[in-house]
Design a protein around this ligand. Structure first.
Ligand SMILES: [Zn+2]
Length: 377
């Protein structure tokens, strides 16, 4: 018998929570950071290496996978877990956000969105029903409702209209998802930075009923202050007993601030994407390994880090392979960045469990404020 999808909060500290999401494909420790496997791969990483960094769950992108290699092909080949060799939980987005950000010639109606592929110009239609079908074909463990996120800047009236459409699509997503034991469907709260609209959206989602709830429509260029402004109240509008997911976030300090405000799950391309452009994230902030100051430096990126890039290689080596555009540069920095993110999540989970989150957050900011170690003389 398939194990049910569930969520247990083990401890709270202020508004922050730590716990476990249980799924038939394994547990997800929360707060959780989900690496992004856009096209059925976390770029530059083998799945086993992603797991070794401490990731319990990956995110896959419906928009990319429906266009190439197509959801039907992945289904014929045994589903996304088998196709990409990741047997642990996978969350898929609905495709809505990336249609808005990547596709050409979009046409939005009550029914859904018609668009042209950014790959070959072919015409496609995404509706709540089609999004549920694609995510079922992929075999996703956590399915996201199909929603619309208005482009910013938008007026209150535009945000309200878009939110109302997303709530009608949420009901259609719920109806189309049906009853699938062991799989979860998450609703997505919209409403921009307007408290009344957020409350209205939360009310509509709660009335439909979901296995988890995302705070959508943030991390789209509004800035950290505005995002935290919404997170000061939005998670509290959602059911305490269900996981809360902040989509597309973010930088390490965004993550810490979101966890402090009651968020349980996050995803972002940042650690993997920045690893391919020579950017490393450490306890001391951001480092550009391409900088000439590293070319003779025999020290590791971070002496306290246990990842392969820090255990086996010098800053000078990482600088060299990056400058030489060697593939291992992307591999090592991506591994390090994902390792750092997962270590940060473990630190947050431990701190919440021990009731010392405030101290953990103070230490986090203090070390970042010191900045990177001094260059060698
Ligand atoms: Zn490292």
């Amino acid at each position: 018998m398939a194990q049910a999808f569930g969520f247990q909060v083990a401890a709270t500290d202020g508004r922050a929570r730590t716990g476990v999401i249980s799924t038939p494909r394994g547990d997800i420790r929360t707060p959780a950071f989900m690496p992004v496997g856009t096209a059925a791969t976390v770029k530059a990483m083998l799945p086993g290496s992603v797991r070794a960094t401490g990731a319990d769950i990956l995110l896959g992108n419906t928009y990319h996978l429906m266009l190439r290699p197509t959801a039907e092909r992945i289904a014929r080949l045994g589903g996304l877990h088998t196709f990409m060799d990741w047997q642990r939980p996978i969350l898929t987005d609905s495709g809505g956000f990336q249609v808005m950000s990547l596709a050409g010639l979009r046409k939005l109606t009550e029914e859904g969105v018609t668009f042209k592929s950014h790959i070959d110009g072919s015409r496609h239609v995404l509706t709540p029903e089609r999004s549920m079908e694609i995510q079922r074909l992929l075999g996703s463990d956590i399915v996201m409702c199909f929603d619309e996120c208005p482009a910013l800047p938008a007026t209150d009236a535009e945000v309200a209209k878009s939110m109302a459409l997303s709530m009608r699509w949420a009901q259609r997503s719920r109806d189309a998802f049906g009853d699938r034991p062991g799989h979860a469907l998450f609703g997505i709260m919209q409403g921009g930075v307007t408290r009344d609209l957020r409350a209205e959206s939360a009310e509509a989602l709660r009335a439909i009923g979901f296995d988890g709830y995302a705070v959508g429509g943030l991390a789209v260029g509004e800035g950290q202050e505005a995002m935290f402004g919404v997170l000061d109240y939005a998670p509290g509008m959602l059911p305490d007993e269900k996981p809360r997911y902040l989509m597309g976030v973010g930088k390490p300090d965004d993550i810490v601030g979101a966890v402090e405000r009651g968020i349980d799950m996050m995803d972002c391309v940042l650690p993997s994407r920045s690893g391919r452009t020579g950017q490393a994230w450490t306890r001391r902030g951001q480092i550009n390994i391409r900088n000439a100051r590293h070319q003779d430096d025999p020290r590791p990126l971070d002496e306290s880090c246990t990842c392969p890039a820090c255990t086996n290689y010098s800053r000078a080596y990482l600088h060299h392979v990056n400058r030489a555009q060697e593939i291992i540069a992307s591999m090592l920095l991506t591994w390090h960045n994902l390792h750092y993110y997962q270590e940060l999540m473990q630190g947050l989970r431990d701190a919440i469990a021990a009731g010392r989150l405030a101290q953990f957050v103070a230490d986090f900011h203090a070390l970042r404020a010191e900045g990177d170690i001094e260059p060698i003389a």
